[in-house]
Write a protein that binds this ligand. Sequence first.
Ligand code: PEP
Ligand code: MG
Length: 875
Amino acid sequence: MAETSETLLLRAPLSGVLLPLAAVPDPVFADGMFGDGLGIDPLSDTVVAPCDGIVVHLAATGHALTLQAPCGAQVLVHVGVDTVLLRGEGFAPCVAQGDAVRQGDALIRFDLDRVARQARSLVTVMALANGNAFTVAGRTDALRAEAGRTVVLKVRAVAGAASAASAGAAAPACQADGTGPAALRRTVTLACAGGLHARPAARARAAMQGLDATVALHYGGRHASLASLVALLALAAGEGATVELVASGRDASAALEAVARELQRTAAGEEQAAPAAGAAPASVGTSALTGTSGELPPGCIGGVAAAPGIAIGVLHWWREATPEPHEAGQGMEAERAALRAALAAVDARLAHDSEAASARGARAEAGIFAMHRALLEDPALLGAADTLIDAGKSAGFAWREATGAEAAVLSAMADRRAAERAADLLDLGKRVLRALAGNAAADVSVDMPTVMPTDADGQPVVLAADEFTPSDLTGLDCDRVAALAMVRGGPTSHAAIIARQLGIPCLVALGSALERLPDGTPVIVDGDNARLHASPDAHLLAAVASAVRLRTQRRQADLHAAHAAATTRDGVRIEVAANIGSVDDARNAVAHGADAVGLLRTELLFLHGDAAPAAADHTAACQAIAEALGGRSAIVRTLDIGGDKDAAWLRLPAEDNPALGLRGVRLAQVRPQLLDEQLRGLLAVRARAPLRILLPMVSEVGELLHWRARIRALAAAAGHDADADAQIEVGVMIEVPAAALLADQLAEHADFFSIGTNDLTQYTLAMDRCQPELAARMDALHPAVLRMIAATTEGAARHGRWVGVCGALAGDPLAVPVLLGLGVTELSVDAGLVPGIKARVRTLSLADCRQRAAGLLQLPSAAAVRDACRHYWPA
Ligand code: PEP
Ligand code: MG
């Protein structure tokens, strides 16, 4: 075989016996899922470069790499079968990702004996990774090959890529991704926390839906079409990485903008994975997220806390009932149809779960299910499964192998988040297998009976697993499952996010020590201190049981008294209201005794739509909420989209720093229509109690005056009384330091203030509220934030205005006396916290709070403020 300008010759990467690909003992390779190529039963221990090129991917476990030749062809060399499971043992890469190598250079050395003993097979595969652009044009007849010498394959670009191949090195790579010479390019730096993991990838994909364009991402010499989430994840592009976007098609320019915008945005919805500002000690213990160090007492297993709280129960291992598919299929047509039907059933289930989560305001959970839906359509997965079906396999077998193979690639990656996302793929694998087995409709109901213990005598259960997946937890019976414990997993895994939203303690990464505990072991899960106590002695058990009992009793008593007013010991009534984002939340608020709604986050009602809400949509949504509130007043915040809250339908140019950009009322600068529609809609709501309007992200009085005038004009146009402005109360959200410092000016024209401590803390301390690394320091009890609050209440008092707090600080029992002492008269918190906060108010004397609060502003840190609060007002 001779090399021409059109072809590339590949030499044997190892000495050994040559095999056709079909003889490789792994269906993933044998059926050409990774592209055409050959197998080698090795007789040497050093993989050498089959051609000149760049190492575009090196598995973290060192058992495989991909080389890109100058013409753009990508050649995978994968040593042995299932060798990823050796986790790098026995492999020593001689090159690093990004290295340029010459044909014959050593790439990977491996311990032949060790790998032969531990792996399923030593047979090594060399295959084309971008088989859509390059094809095998010839192969040797030889039975044996000598490493670096024997030419074994001849490769050429497929028709259409050939001319570009001769035009230069970059062009074929571009065409390989479906983009042509007229493609538009731009580079972006990934802002999403954790880099290009599944959710930003899915969002980027969704952003260009409906546009006539194809977009590819180039990073580290690798390319991935935006159509394939799996390929995007395999780029392993981390936070801060600069990637190149290449778009072609009629709408290339718009697509480029839309995708760039998504990639430059910090992760939406993920703030729920991190503790809320101001809730540090009561919410997810941030120190716990970093794991434990130091000596642990005997019987105590250290892990990583993924959700806070303490629970006692008997350990019960989750035994999943995933059907085992037959390998052989019953005909291509039938198997393809069965797979499509199962995918559709799972998609419908996920759509339902996603909507239900959105309606509850569980944004992170909704995002997980939406991302799973995107994976269901992933062309790489579908293509791989179809290839196996075409080779005679059953739909279930094909889907399991396809998801399993991609999950293996992801879990081998060094990027922790990508590796955690492997669990999502395996989860989808299970869901589809259950659907194929006829369980689709009962997907939820069949899960729980299989996990509920029969031997626990009705005691609370601590459910344990190697690693839970989101579908395992769908429909979990929280009355019986007291906590979750995982051998592996991470605090950012989707199962961990769901555990937090379910409100049950969860520990991950407990390791093999957990595996050794049998079913029925009594355990204490301490999600506050990231440890699990196995078989605790009677003394510890009694102490923890009494603490848990006290918490439960106190909660029940608080709930009982929740419908009464919260009045301080010296007789001052404090309004305790609820923060809501849906009609369900409104009902929940009423059930928990909320006096009113202190913050309706209207953007949550419309984040998941596919078009901007019209006036009628706003009216309908708010009317339903007003009715659910049964005569309670509500503060309706106008749309606060932007920053970390994203709506797919709002296509705006990318911002380098969205938290400081077009958020809240500022959005109206570029989309005045958006706020006008909302105001028109709100003015049409007929409610029994006042609906107050709250403007987010105001930073100067001109904005307030502008919107007051606008409300007056819209009210007049809608036929309201001439003095409508006098009837509609308009408040300002104090969440920007400028607003706090100018509170006296704003108070002249505002009816009330509501302090958003989440953003006020972010902007005062210059710490991104979504940055997990800073979460421990994002404490709203910081004296600088308290001074902002004091400036606000002082400014308000000059004009006789009242001040509420709707940020997470209002729900922190330790902070309540401080806020009251500084002059706050309304606290708006998550519905579930209302009973506890009302109870806390009842223990306090306002005079005492006032007297002590001023002194706290002089302390040097949030920790000092917390210590002082514990001392003055023990919770
Ligand atoms: C806040 O910033 O404190 C607030 C309540 O608003 P959001 O959390 O919706 O930004
Ligand atoms: Mg805010």
